[in-house]
Design a protein around this ligand. Structure first.
Ligand code: LLP
Length: 416
């Protein structure tokens, strides 16, 4: 199944025409393919095979309830980083005992709720957080299942903003001191030490950094064994990248996971993974309409109705995302277009120097926009966030309504 393909010279999501969706629901519009999401999740499941473990989808990548629901139905666990994500997963039908809770700044009320629901594990990132968790669990008279996020100091060779496994990053506990933390935790009355985790970065296109990291973690688990601390699982985080452009390699998800499972063969350790982007990125597009064409002799601007508030990745990370015409055979003007939005910022572009034929009124699709796209959208310039559609075969469902203007100031008042 190809999530997005041209049929009768029109770009389709599965078997639904994007032109029809734009006409019915307006633009900008996010459209996701359910089959593509399911297929990617299944690739992880296949990699895991019958090795014990859990695929915990990283909710931050795309947290629409319908997306979470379709993954929950397929047996997914979830990686969350806030109370909001926890409640979303529950609202979407996810199982609490399949949730791992990551993040550097967990608050006591977030811990309390997660303990009340009985989550699978807390990925603890500091000694101070461990103390707080032990206190909260004691108050509630329960044991908190804990894994420590180790910062393995490996270079994920990705964009500096999404690289997390180096000593200079704020994440995790230094690999040189984490053994002390484990020993302290093992003595705590309300902590149950069950695992070790890491997350070295995002959009990784090679397996090598994951393999380096797992080897470092396994050396540590062996040392802990000698100290009488036996773990049940290793969590390798998320981070497998996706093909955004022709220059990127398409990572073989199943193959990468099989490699990690191989490293665990001689040990009695389950494998948890926290994939986000690789499950949803290529299952989504942002549909937008060209408002105006503008030419200053040197630059050709296609001004569209979607901006950096709808999709911030190009502005924030200089991310390159493919842009395709929805109907490629219009009699538009062929040029190298800068595809820019309506926001009053120079950084408001979705792509630069894109060769295509365009005219005002045309629809374009920003590809690979299923991950870190809607979730990072804002109301900057008092713009309502786009609607979201989930497509399965020839059926399209509106899974989030477009924000209306009155929604944008509903929580405000005129003051005194
Ligand atoms: N687990 C942890 C602890 C994480 O911090 C992340 C992502 C994931 C799992 C999921 O990683 P993934 O499989 O999606 O690479 N907004 C950026 C990406 C930020 C990633 C943050 N952490 C972007 O648009 O590229």
């Amino acid at each position: 199944m190809t999530a997005f393909s041209y049929q009768q010279e029109q770009l389709h999501a599965e078997n639904v025409s994007l032109t029809e969706l734009a006409d019915t629901y307006g633009t900008p519009l996010y459209v996701y393919s359910q089959s593509a999401i399911e297929q990617q999740f299944d690739a992880y499941k296949q990699g895991l095979g019958d090795h014990q473990g859990l695929i915990c989808y990283a909710v931050k990548a795309n947290s629409n309830l319908a997306v979470l629901n379709c993954l929950a139905k397929r047996g997914a666990g979830f990686d969350i980083v806030s109370l909001g994500e926890l409640e979303r997963v529950i609202a979407a039908g996810g199982q609490a005992d399949r949730i791992v809770f990551s993040g550097v700044a967990k608050q006591a009320n977030e811990m309390r709720r997660a303990l009340e629901l009985g989550i699978h594990c807390f990925n603890v990132e500091s000694d101070a957080e461990l103390d707080r968790l032990n206190d909260v669990a004691k108050e509630m008279g329960v044991q908190a299942p804990v894994s420590f996020r180790v910062n393995p100091d490996v270079d994920a060779k990705t964009h500096p903003y999404i690289s997390t496994g180096l000593r200079e990053n704020k994440f995790g506990i230094d690999i040189r001191s984490v053994k002390d933390t484990y020993q302290r935790a093992a003595k705590m009355s309300n902590i149950n030490v069950v695992g070790m985790d890491c997350h070295i970065g995002s959009q990784l296109l090679e397996a090598k950094p994951f393999e380096d990291a797992i080897e470092r973690l396994l050396t540590l688990t062996d040392e802990l064994n000698e100290l009488g601390i036996t773990l049940k699982h290793i969590d390798m985080g998320g981070g497998i990248g996706v093909k955004y452009s022709e220059d990127d390699i398409e990572p073989d998800v199943t193959g990468y996971i099989k490699k990690l499972v191989d490293h665990l063969k001689s040990r009695n350790l389950g494998l948890i993974l926290e994939p986000g982007r690789s499950i949803v990125a290529n299952a989504g597009v942002l549909l937008s309409r060209v408002e105006y064409l503008k030419d200053n002799g040197e630059h050709h601007f296609a001004i569209i109705d979607a901006g950096m508030n709808d999709l911030i990745r190009p502005a924030l990370y200089q991310a390159w995302m493919d842009i395709k015409p929805v109907q490629p055979h219009t009699n538009g003007k062929e040029a190298l277009w800068d595809i820019v939005g309506p926001i009053c910022e120079t950084g408001d572009f979705l792509g630069k120097q894109r060769k295509m034929s365009l005219k005002a009124g045309d629809l374009i699709a920003v590809m690979s926009a299923g991950a870190y796209s809607f979730v990072m959208a804002s109301n900057y310039n008092t713009r309502g966030r786009p609607a979201e559609i989930l497509v399965k075969d020839n059926k399209a469902t509106l899974v989030r309504k477009r924000e209306q203007l009155a929604d944008l100031w509903a929580l405000e008042s005129l003051g005194e």
